[in-house]
Design a protein. Structure first.
Length: 407
């Protein structure tokens, strides 16, 4: 029952290599701005927008792992218990990505300006005489932005670390003692309230939708949630399969892998439902202040990203993950997990980039390098967290039910 994970040298070296690539990309981006005599406002916006894109995506994905824990606790779902150390380890490190994201966003809000003195990423910071932006200033202002960001990241970090600490404390509790179990149950309900008031409403408005503050959608928070939620399940699956291949998580069977595959499939369909509902309502109403958002993405310079987003995040999961054998095949399910994470990274790319960059978008060495850096940080922090306790939540009152779980 004491399943300990030791970081293999290859995994450690891989994470450090990816972090090094990210640092080099960051240094290269800074050097291009400082040394490039022909650097434009678009180049400066690209530098900060890429950092914003990756930091927000990884922060929201880590927070979604806390949501998965809380939802399964309230549902008393035993199937997750067999590998709950994985979402615990990811969620416990949300503070790392949240801190990075906060620093980047605060620099953009308080320091970044283009050659015209305008914040090209968050235009509401320098509204000028724009009546629409001035009309939203009661909500879109620096004080509200900082307040919501600090409180949200602080609460997510607290719950992420608390859930893991209490799960580990259960191991040394008296046998069959349920005191900690019910305390976690109550905390899970409290976290879902926090999550509903942050991820499901205000935070996507502040961090992402306000980049194009003239446009708004009442479905945007749900849409962005679906994107990071299915990405979180894919990330959990990658770690579970990796740990299985290392000889750990022997309690995890193909039934558990199958369940993760079903969630990846189901919430890819859910994401598509929200994608279509948001798009269809705006297309049908044909309001000029709404349609410009999709016109640039579907018929403008982001056309290839728009359709690739649909193919990767809907068509591929639908065609590949629908069959039962594909959700039980380790190679297929691992491949699809990587595809889904990349697909929703691309989804956030097209949410964020058209605002500050307009038609001058890139997916070049800088975009790929920064993404690799954040991936390296994720591997490094999660693997270190996994080594600090047994991978089997011993003494969990639902452990036996998790072992005999059938899909």
């Amino acid at each position: 029952m004491n399943d300990r994970f030791e970081i293999p040298a290859r995994l450690k070296n891989t994470s450090l290599f990816l972090i090094a690539v990210g640092v080099l990309a960051l240094v290269g981006g800074i050097a291009c701005l400082l040394m490039g005599h022909n650097s434009t406002d678009v180049d400066k916006s690209r530098f900060w927008a890429v950092l914003l894109h990756d930091s927000v995506f990884f922060t929201l994905m880590a927070a979604a792992c806390i949501f998965i824990q809380a939802a399964s606790n309230l549902a008393q779902a035993s199937w997750l218990v067999a590998y709950r150390r994985v979402p615990e380890a990811i969620g416990a490190n949300v503070w790392v990505f949240g801190t990075i994201a906060a620093v980047i966003m605060f620099i953009i809000v308080f320091c970044y300006r283009d050659s015209h003195g305008i914040d090209a990423i968050y235009p509401w910071v320098t509204p000028g005489n724009d009546k629409v932006l001035l009309g939203k200033s009661a909500f879109l202002n620096k004080g509200m932005f900082v307040g919501f960001t600090v409180v949200t990241i602080g609460l997510w970090s607290f719950f992420g670390r608390k859930f893991r600490a209490m799960s580990i404390a259960q191991e040394s509790a008296p046998k069959n003692d349920t005191k900690i179990y019910w305390k976690v149950f109550r905390l899970s309900g409290l976290f879902l309230l926090v999550y509903a008031l942050s991820q499901m409403s205000t935070i996507p408005w502040m961090w992402v939708m306000s980049i194009q503050a003239h446009w708004y959608s009442t479905m945007f928070s749900w849409y962005s949630f679906a994107s990071v939620f299915v990405s979180a399940f894919s990330l959990i699956l990658l770690w579970v399969v990796y740990l299985k291949n290392q000889g750990n998580l022997q309690l995890v069977s193909k039934e558990h892998i199958h369940d993760l595959g079903k969630f990846m499939f189901a919430f890819s369909i859910f994401w598509t439902y929200l994608w279509f509902a948001q798009y269809m309502l705006i297309w049908y109403s044909n309001q000029p202040d709404e349609t410009f958002y999709f016109k640039m993405r579907q018929q403008g310079p982001y056309t290839i990203i728009f359709y690739a987003n649909f193919i990767i995040n809907f068509c591929m999961p639908l065609l590949i993950l629908m069959a039962r054998p594909s959700k039980r095949n380790y190679f297929t399910i691992t491949f699809m997990a990587m595809v889904i994470i990349f697909g929703h990274w691309l989804d956030f790319f097209q949410m964020i980039m058209p605002g500050p960059l307009g038609a001058e978008w890139h997916i070049n060495w800088y975009e790929i390098g920064i993404f690799m850096g954040f991936a390296g940080i994720m591997i490094f922090t999660v693997s270190r967290t996994l080594t600090k306790s047994s991978l089997i939540p011993a003494n969990n009152i639902m452990l036996k039910e998790a072992v005999v779980h059938l899909s």
